[in-house]
Write a protein that binds this ligand. Structure first.
Ligand code: G6P
Length: 610
């Protein structure tokens, strides 16, 4: 959801900013731009499209500077165009602003600024900030004061960086709602939307909090609150490696991340799942054990794939730990005046830890007295910091916009939470040792699914021109059907729907003809025969069946046109294995159609606006 990079130091700014923007491109990629200070003026270069297009334009201009800011955009206000791309300038081209977020009152501010004679060139909310600062940046006022005063007038969310011709050795950054991280190196200072843009240069970072402002100069960085009180911040070490955010020989990040899953599932369990003892230890939840024991229910909040993880988690928590569990779209939860009491335990599930809807929902739950916890991937992210505790999924950086390894790691964590809660609440009849062994066997089972990649590619070739897909599953595999359909929609732009298999006859069955591929998730479990009946119903209408079925299922080959075999897995943990062929199928179809797999149109990895 827009990527921001800034550099000030002794080195050439252009390569640093461009390299950083490329690493942040997953956050938005409809246009990009930079502002550079050199020879007493601010030069702005913008291009529609990818950062590489901007890079070419910069190469042609041969600009040199040791201070620069850059932005890659995901449009909210105003279509993707050169004019709407950031940075935005004031009337005199003295002030350049890059911004991530949404300014809710921008139209009233813009009206007033226009009345006062300011000239606007773009349709963006961001340009308002440049003009507001211009009006307040009078003689005797410093840039940081002017930024502070301007921000007092705006309502909404922002992570922003400001550069001025009058104070060329400074960058001012401020945050409310959109993440910003500061980086410290011997030869300069950095600012970015996330640490992946910096780690090539430094591992020393501090995270700006909401309501804070940073003054970055050649002598160091000063952080203050927006009320001008200095804040001393601890410098933290970033621990992930550069290789983790590079493609490592794979054609796409998504393919790499799908293949990492045996390892990421293992990482999620490492040191936490004690197989021999049949125990789980999650340090981030120990201090709220009593809350779990007394809890009336658990509420799982999330968006997109993380919401699907919540749905699959609900089956585990209710069926194994016997605790009532609700799963809510974070975006709905926050606006529907939910009934929440201090007896509720709420988990916000989020890969990025920055999703605006999820963050707002958890704040809502917190304000109503619930215990709020996180299941998050990005260490130090806002959700991780605003929750009372939680569990990191340790999947490593996920760059492909369509989430894959984060989903299976979220499910692995939810499975461990389930085992721990079952023990804490003394639920009878749970064979903890057996379930722990089942969990421990998942990485190897996922690896077995990955070995079917060639088969899946062949199936993809067969169906790549499909216009619609149905995905059907029952019980814990219903969320898998939803996730399989979402993956296909996201990256191949084929319309797909996930449905509970038995619900098909109440509507979607009308869609079935010889052109409709129907993907069934049909493991040999207690409802296997029921799903087989659903398959027969599709066959009778000449639908084309692709089955995700167990390796030892002989019957299925007579019913399905294609079968992707998956190892047998304990029912409620099945989604962790069964989703993997669907990730590969969506990926292979997208590749066969020639779409941009890692950066699909209109999407962003981390949605920091409502
Ligand atoms: C965006 C992404 C999805 C993701 C969702 C929730 O829509 O494109 O892939 O599932 O946000 O993101 P989160 O970071 O909160 O898990």
């Amino acid at each position: 959801m827009c990527g921001i990079v800034g550099y000030l130091g002794r080195r050439e700014a252009v390569p640093i900013v461009i390299e950083g923007l490329k690493r942040l491109e997953y956050r938005g990629y409809d246009s990009a731009g930079v502002a550079l200070f050199s020879d007493g003026a601010i030069d702005v270069v913008k291009r529609v499209g990818k950062v590489s297009t901007l890079e070419e334009a910069l190469r042609a201009r041969g600009l040199k500077a040791t201070i620069g800011i850059g932005h890659t955009r995901w449009a909210t206000h105003g279509a993707p165009s050169e004019i709407n791309a950031h940075p935005h300038l004031d009337c005199r081209s003295d002030i350049a602003v890059i911004h991530n977020g949404v300014l809710e009152n921008y139209s009233s501010l813009k009206k007033r600024l226009l009345e006062n004679g300011h000239r606007f060139v773009s349709e963006t909310d961001t340009e308002v900030v440049a003009h507001l600062i211009e009006g307040l940046y009078t003689t005797g006022t410093s840039l940081d004061q002017a930024v502070r005063l301007a921000l007092q007038q705006v309502r909404g969310t922002y992570g922003l960086v400001v550069m001025s011709r009058r104070e060329p050795d400074r960058l001012i950054a401020a945050r409310r709602g959109s993440p910003l991280v500061l980086g410290y190196a011997d030869d300069g200072y950095f600012i970015a939307s996330d640490a992946s843009a910096l780690i090539q240069h430094t591992r020393k970072v501090t995270y700006l909090e909401d309501g804070e402002l940073a003054i970055i100069s050649r002598n160091g960085i000063i952080t203050k609150t927006l009320d001008d009180v200095e804040v001393r911040k601890a410098v933290e070490e970033v621990t992930f490696e550069l290789e983790q955010i590079e493609r490592g020989g794979y054609d796409h990040f998504m393919l790499k991340e799908i293949h990492e899953q045996p390892e990421t599932i293992r990482n999620a369990m490492r040191g936490r799942l004690l197989v021999e003892q049949g125990e789980v230890k999650l340090g981030g939840l120990d201090h709220v054990r009593k809350k779990f024991v007394q809890a009336r229910r658990i509420i799982l909040l999330g968006c997109g794939t993380s919401w699907h993880a919540g749905l699959a988690g609900e089956y585990m928590l209710e069926q194994i730990a016997k605790i009532p569990t609700e799963v809510e779209y974070a975006s709905e939860f926050r606006y529907r005046n939910p009934v929440i009491t201090p007896d509720d335990v709420v988990f916000a599930i989020s890969q990025s830890g920055e999703t605006a809807d999820t963050l707002a929902a958890l704040r809502e739950a917190k304000a109503r007295g619930a215990t709020v916890l996180g299941i998050v991937n990005v260490v130090g992210s806002t959700i991780a910091r605003e929750t009372e505790g939680g569990v990191y999924i340790h999947a490593g950086p996920e760059i492909g916009v369509a989430s894959t390894k984060a989903f299976t790691a979220q499910l692995t964590v939810l499975a461990m939470v389930t085992l721990m809660v079952a023990r804490w609440r003394n639920v009878v009849g749970v064979d903890q040792k057996l379930l722990a062994r089942e969990l421990a066997s998942l990485p190897e089972k996922v690896a077995r699914v990955l070995s079917r990649y060639d088969l899946i590619k062949r199936i993809a070739e067969e169906f790549k021109d499909g216009r619609n897909f149905l995905y059907l599953g029952r019980g814990a595999n219903f969320p898998v059907a939803l996730e399989g359909a979402l993956k296909l929609k996201e990256i191949s732009y084929i319309h797909a729907e996930g449905y509970p298999a038995a619900e098909m006859k109440h509507g979607p069955i009308a869609l079935i003809d010889e052109h409709m591929p129907v993907v069934f998730i049909v493991p040999k479990d207690a409802i296997y025969e029921k799903v087989i009946s659903n398959i027969e119903e599709v066959r009778a209408r000449r639908g084309r069946i692709i089955a995700i079925a167990n390796e030892d299922d002989d019957q299925i080959h007579k019913l399905a046109e294609f079968v992707i075999p998956v190892p047998r897995t304990y029912g409620f943990f099945g989604p962790i294995v069964n989703v993997v062929p669907l990730q590969l199928l969506a990926y292979s179809i997208a590749v066969a159609r020639g779409t941009n797999v890692d950066q699909p149109r209109n999407l962003a990895k981390s949605v920091t606006v409502e």
